[in-house]
Design a protein around this ligand. Structure first.
Ligand SMILES: C[S@@+](CC[C@H](N)C(=O)[O-])C[C@H]1O[C@@H](n2cnc3c(N)ncnc32)[C@H](O)[C@@H]1O
Length: 273
Protein backbone atom coordinates (compact mmCIF):
# COMPACT_ATOMS: atom_id res chain seq x y z
CA UNK A 1 0.00 0.00 0.00
CA UNK A 2 2.74 2.50 1.00
CA UNK A 3 4.64 1.67 -2.20
CA UNK A 4 1.48 2.32 -4.22
CA UNK A 5 1.07 5.73 -2.55
CA UNK A 6 4.72 6.64 -3.12
CA UNK A 7 4.49 5.46 -6.76
CA UNK A 8 1.36 7.57 -7.24
CA UNK A 9 3.28 10.73 -6.29
CA UNK A 10 6.72 9.65 -7.59
CA UNK A 11 7.86 9.96 -11.22
CA UNK A 12 10.39 8.87 -13.81
CA UNK A 13 12.20 12.17 -14.31
CA UNK A 14 13.60 13.98 -11.25
CA UNK A 15 10.87 16.41 -10.27
CA UNK A 16 13.26 19.11 -9.11
CA UNK A 17 15.10 19.01 -12.47
CA UNK A 18 11.82 19.46 -14.27
CA UNK A 19 10.86 22.41 -12.02
CA UNK A 20 14.30 24.01 -12.51
CA UNK A 21 14.11 23.55 -16.32
CA UNK A 22 10.59 25.00 -16.52
CA UNK A 23 11.64 28.03 -14.47
CA UNK A 24 14.71 28.52 -16.64
CA UNK A 25 12.59 28.29 -19.80
CA UNK A 26 10.38 31.08 -18.39
CA UNK A 27 13.50 33.19 -17.72
CA UNK A 28 13.27 32.80 -13.93
CA UNK A 29 16.25 32.24 -11.64
CA UNK A 30 14.92 30.09 -8.74
CA UNK A 31 17.51 31.54 -6.38
CA UNK A 32 15.94 34.98 -6.82
CA UNK A 33 12.49 33.79 -5.72
CA UNK A 34 10.99 34.04 -2.23
CA UNK A 35 9.50 31.03 -0.46
CA UNK A 36 5.95 32.34 -1.02
CA UNK A 37 6.50 32.53 -4.80
CA UNK A 38 6.48 28.72 -4.91
CA UNK A 39 2.88 28.52 -3.63
CA UNK A 40 1.33 27.16 -6.88
CA UNK A 41 3.63 24.14 -6.76
CA UNK A 42 4.57 23.58 -3.10
CA UNK A 43 1.37 24.37 -1.15
CA UNK A 44 -0.30 21.23 -2.48
CA UNK A 45 -3.73 21.62 -0.85
CA UNK A 46 -6.98 23.55 -1.19
CA UNK A 47 -6.67 27.30 -0.49
CA UNK A 48 -2.85 27.15 -0.66
CA UNK A 49 -0.75 29.41 1.53
CA UNK A 50 -3.77 31.19 3.02
CA UNK A 51 -4.95 27.91 4.56
CA UNK A 52 -1.46 27.30 5.99
CA UNK A 53 -1.37 30.79 7.53
CA UNK A 54 -4.79 30.21 9.12
CA UNK A 55 -3.61 26.87 10.52
CA UNK A 56 -0.41 28.44 11.81
CA UNK A 57 -2.28 31.20 13.63
CA UNK A 58 -4.19 28.56 15.60
CA UNK A 59 -1.00 26.77 16.70
CA UNK A 60 0.05 29.69 18.94
CA UNK A 61 3.74 28.81 18.59
CA UNK A 62 6.46 30.56 20.60
CA UNK A 63 9.42 31.88 18.55
CA UNK A 64 12.07 29.21 17.86
CA UNK A 65 9.52 26.44 18.36
CA UNK A 66 10.41 23.01 17.07
CA UNK A 67 7.60 21.97 14.71
CA UNK A 68 6.79 18.79 12.77
CA UNK A 69 5.03 18.78 9.38
CA UNK A 70 3.67 15.28 8.73
CA UNK A 71 3.39 14.47 5.00
CA UNK A 72 5.33 17.58 3.97
CA UNK A 73 5.33 16.98 0.18
CA UNK A 74 7.36 19.70 -1.57
CA UNK A 75 7.66 21.60 1.71
CA UNK A 76 5.46 24.65 1.19
CA UNK A 77 3.72 24.29 4.56
CA UNK A 78 7.07 23.57 6.24
CA UNK A 79 8.67 26.72 4.81
CA UNK A 80 5.66 28.98 5.45
CA UNK A 81 5.67 27.98 9.13
CA UNK A 82 9.47 28.29 9.40
CA UNK A 83 9.42 31.75 7.88
CA UNK A 84 6.27 33.21 9.41
CA UNK A 85 6.72 31.81 12.94
CA UNK A 86 10.55 31.89 13.08
CA UNK A 87 10.28 28.21 13.84
CA UNK A 88 12.54 25.27 13.11
CA UNK A 89 10.41 22.86 11.07
CA UNK A 90 11.00 19.23 10.18
CA UNK A 91 9.00 17.78 7.29
CA UNK A 92 8.56 14.04 6.94
CA UNK A 93 7.15 12.44 3.80
CA UNK A 94 6.81 8.95 2.38
CA UNK A 95 7.94 10.04 -1.11
CA UNK A 96 11.73 10.40 -1.31
CA UNK A 97 11.51 12.46 -4.49
CA UNK A 98 9.38 15.07 -2.71
CA UNK A 99 11.85 15.25 0.21
CA UNK A 100 14.72 15.84 -2.24
CA UNK A 101 12.80 18.54 -4.13
CA UNK A 102 11.70 20.19 -0.85
CA UNK A 103 15.31 20.39 0.32
CA UNK A 104 16.46 22.03 -2.93
CA UNK A 105 13.64 24.61 -2.86
CA UNK A 106 14.61 25.47 0.74
CA UNK A 107 18.21 25.96 -0.44
CA UNK A 108 17.04 28.22 -3.28
CA UNK A 109 15.03 30.50 -0.97
CA UNK A 110 17.55 30.56 1.90
CA UNK A 111 15.54 28.47 4.37
CA UNK A 112 17.80 25.42 4.63
CA UNK A 113 18.85 26.34 8.19
CA UNK A 114 15.25 26.43 9.41
CA UNK A 115 13.81 23.46 7.53
CA UNK A 116 14.80 19.85 7.18
CA UNK A 117 13.16 17.01 5.27
CA UNK A 118 13.22 13.36 6.22
CA UNK A 119 11.79 10.43 4.28
CA UNK A 120 9.53 8.45 6.58
CA UNK A 121 6.13 6.97 7.29
CA UNK A 122 3.57 8.97 9.28
CA UNK A 123 2.36 5.76 10.97
CA UNK A 124 5.83 5.02 12.38
CA UNK A 125 7.76 8.20 13.15
CA UNK A 126 11.49 8.03 13.87
CA UNK A 127 11.43 10.84 16.48
CA UNK A 128 11.69 10.49 20.27
CA UNK A 129 8.73 11.04 22.59
CA UNK A 130 7.98 14.70 23.36
CA UNK A 131 10.34 16.13 20.69
CA UNK A 132 8.08 18.85 19.22
CA UNK A 133 6.35 22.06 20.40
CA UNK A 134 3.75 21.78 17.65
CA UNK A 135 2.77 19.67 14.64
CA UNK A 136 0.66 19.95 11.51
CA UNK A 137 -0.56 17.64 8.79
CA UNK A 138 -2.10 19.00 5.60
CA UNK A 139 -3.97 16.86 3.04
CA UNK A 140 -2.20 13.60 3.88
CA UNK A 141 -4.53 11.21 5.70
CA UNK A 142 -6.66 10.51 2.59
CA UNK A 143 -3.97 8.01 1.51
CA UNK A 144 -3.60 6.34 4.92
CA UNK A 145 -5.93 3.54 6.08
CA UNK A 146 -4.50 3.39 9.61
CA UNK A 147 -5.18 6.99 10.62
CA UNK A 148 -5.24 6.12 14.32
CA UNK A 149 -1.55 5.11 14.06
CA UNK A 150 -0.75 8.54 12.52
CA UNK A 151 -2.50 10.46 15.27
CA UNK A 152 -1.06 8.26 18.04
CA UNK A 153 2.41 8.89 16.63
CA UNK A 154 1.75 12.65 16.43
CA UNK A 155 0.57 12.56 20.05
CA UNK A 156 3.67 10.61 21.15
CA UNK A 157 6.21 12.99 19.55
CA UNK A 158 4.50 16.17 20.84
CA UNK A 159 5.25 17.70 24.23
CA UNK A 160 2.27 17.49 26.62
CA UNK A 161 -0.07 20.42 25.92
CA UNK A 162 1.47 21.15 22.49
CA UNK A 163 -0.94 21.87 19.63
CA UNK A 164 -1.63 19.70 16.60
CA UNK A 165 -3.29 21.25 13.53
CA UNK A 166 -4.92 18.97 11.00
CA UNK A 167 -6.21 20.30 7.68
CA UNK A 168 -7.53 17.45 5.61
CA UNK A 169 -9.86 16.21 2.93
CA UNK A 170 -12.81 14.28 4.37
CA UNK A 171 -15.73 12.23 3.09
CA UNK A 172 -18.85 14.36 2.83
CA UNK A 173 -22.53 13.50 2.99
CA UNK A 174 -23.06 14.14 -0.76
CA UNK A 175 -21.96 10.69 -2.00
CA UNK A 176 -18.87 8.88 -3.29
CA UNK A 177 -15.95 10.74 -4.81
CA UNK A 178 -15.38 10.39 -8.54
CA UNK A 179 -11.77 9.51 -9.50
CA UNK A 180 -9.10 10.38 -10.58
CA UNK A 181 -8.23 12.90 -7.86
CA UNK A 182 -4.76 14.29 -7.03
CA UNK A 183 -4.32 11.73 -4.24
CA UNK A 184 -5.62 8.63 -6.05
CA UNK A 185 -6.32 7.44 -9.59
CA UNK A 186 -9.06 5.20 -8.20
CA UNK A 187 -10.60 4.20 -4.87
CA UNK A 188 -7.89 1.56 -4.16
CA UNK A 189 -5.53 3.98 -2.34
CA UNK A 190 -8.14 6.44 -1.11
CA UNK A 191 -9.33 6.34 2.52
CA UNK A 192 -11.50 9.25 3.45
CA UNK A 193 -12.84 9.62 6.99
CA UNK A 194 -16.02 11.54 7.83
CA UNK A 195 -15.76 14.52 10.21
CA UNK A 196 -17.31 12.40 12.99
CA UNK A 197 -14.81 9.58 12.43
CA UNK A 198 -11.93 12.06 12.44
CA UNK A 199 -13.01 13.56 15.74
CA UNK A 200 -13.22 10.08 17.31
CA UNK A 201 -9.82 9.06 15.92
CA UNK A 202 -8.15 12.18 17.30
CA UNK A 203 -9.74 11.67 20.71
CA UNK A 204 -8.82 7.95 20.72
CA UNK A 205 -5.20 8.97 20.02
CA UNK A 206 -5.26 11.09 23.19
CA UNK A 207 -5.94 14.57 21.77
CA UNK A 208 -8.38 17.13 23.10
CA UNK A 209 -10.15 18.92 20.23
CA UNK A 210 -10.19 22.71 20.73
CA UNK A 211 -11.62 23.80 17.40
CA UNK A 212 -13.18 22.34 14.25
CA UNK A 213 -13.85 24.22 10.99
CA UNK A 214 -15.52 23.22 7.73
CA UNK A 215 -14.01 25.26 4.85
CA UNK A 216 -15.58 23.30 1.95
CA UNK A 217 -17.44 26.29 0.46
CA UNK A 218 -14.27 28.41 0.57
CA UNK A 219 -12.26 25.59 -1.05
CA UNK A 220 -14.80 25.37 -3.89
CA UNK A 221 -14.58 29.14 -4.54
CA UNK A 222 -10.77 29.02 -4.34
CA UNK A 223 -10.51 26.17 -6.88
CA UNK A 224 -12.98 27.86 -9.23
CA UNK A 225 -10.99 31.11 -9.09
CA UNK A 226 -7.68 29.29 -9.51
CA UNK A 227 -8.68 27.58 -12.73
CA UNK A 228 -10.15 30.72 -14.25
CA UNK A 229 -6.95 32.77 -13.64
CA UNK A 230 -4.95 33.25 -16.87
CA UNK A 231 -1.62 31.40 -16.72
CA UNK A 232 0.22 34.36 -18.24
CA UNK A 233 -0.56 36.52 -15.20
CA UNK A 234 1.24 34.17 -12.78
CA UNK A 235 4.69 34.84 -11.26
CA UNK A 236 5.22 31.09 -10.92
CA UNK A 237 4.68 29.25 -14.21
CA UNK A 238 5.03 25.82 -12.58
CA UNK A 239 1.98 24.45 -10.74
CA UNK A 240 1.02 21.14 -9.12
CA UNK A 241 -0.27 20.14 -12.59
CA UNK A 242 3.38 19.25 -13.36
CA UNK A 243 2.86 16.16 -11.17
CA UNK A 244 0.04 14.67 -13.19
CA UNK A 245 0.30 15.84 -16.83
CA UNK A 246 -2.79 15.59 -19.01
CA UNK A 247 -4.96 13.94 -16.34
CA UNK A 248 -4.64 17.02 -14.08
CA UNK A 249 -7.65 18.70 -15.72
CA UNK A 250 -9.91 15.69 -15.03
CA UNK A 251 -8.71 15.70 -11.41
CA UNK A 252 -9.57 19.38 -11.03
CA UNK A 253 -13.04 18.97 -12.57
CA UNK A 254 -13.77 15.96 -10.33
CA UNK A 255 -12.74 17.91 -7.24
CA UNK A 256 -14.75 20.94 -8.22
CA UNK A 257 -17.89 18.83 -8.59
CA UNK A 258 -17.16 16.89 -5.38
CA UNK A 259 -16.73 20.07 -3.32
CA UNK A 260 -19.86 21.60 -4.83
CA UNK A 261 -21.92 18.48 -4.04
CA UNK A 262 -20.24 17.99 -0.64
CA UNK A 263 -18.88 14.57 -1.59
CA UNK A 264 -15.53 16.02 -0.48
CA UNK A 265 -15.10 18.29 2.51
CA UNK A 266 -12.13 20.34 3.67
CA UNK A 267 -11.88 20.43 7.44
CA UNK A 268 -9.50 21.79 10.04
CA UNK A 269 -9.12 20.44 13.56
CA UNK A 270 -7.00 22.07 16.26
CA UNK A 271 -6.10 19.80 19.18
CA UNK A 272 -3.83 19.70 22.21
CA UNK A 273 -1.70 16.72 23.17
C1 LIG B 1 -1.39 16.09 -1.39
S1 LIG B 1 0.23 15.92 -0.79
C2 LIG B 1 0.27 17.19 0.46
C3 LIG B 1 1.66 17.67 0.75
C4 LIG B 1 1.78 18.84 1.73
N1 LIG B 1 1.27 18.52 3.05
C5 LIG B 1 1.11 20.08 1.22
O1 LIG B 1 0.02 20.40 1.69
O2 LIG B 1 1.68 20.75 0.33
C6 LIG B 1 0.12 14.41 0.18
C7 LIG B 1 1.47 13.96 0.71
O3 LIG B 1 1.29 12.92 1.69
C8 LIG B 1 2.38 12.03 1.59
N2 LIG B 1 2.04 10.77 2.27
C9 LIG B 1 1.07 9.88 1.94
N3 LIG B 1 1.07 8.83 2.79
C10 LIG B 1 2.05 9.08 3.71
C11 LIG B 1 2.56 8.38 4.84
N4 LIG B 1 2.06 7.19 5.21
N5 LIG B 1 3.57 8.93 5.55
C12 LIG B 1 4.10 10.13 5.17
N6 LIG B 1 3.67 10.83 4.09
C13 LIG B 1 2.67 10.32 3.37
C14 LIG B 1 2.60 11.92 0.07
O4 LIG B 1 3.87 11.41 -0.25
C15 LIG B 1 2.39 13.37 -0.35
O5 LIG B 1 3.59 14.10 -0.33
Amino acid sequence: MKEQVSDHYGRSRRLIDQIADDLKAAGIDPKKLRAADFEPIDEFHFRGRQATLELLEKLELAPDANVLDIGSGLGGVTRTIAEEASAKVTGIDLTQEFCDAAKTISDWVGLSEKTMFVQGDATKLSFSDGSFDGAVTVHVAMNIPDKLAVYKEAHRVLKPGARFGIYDILQGEGGDVVYPTPWAMDASISYLATPKEMASLLQDAGFKILDEEDSTAESYEWLKARISKPKSGRTMPVTTQILFGDIANDMIQNQLLALDERRLLTYRFICTA
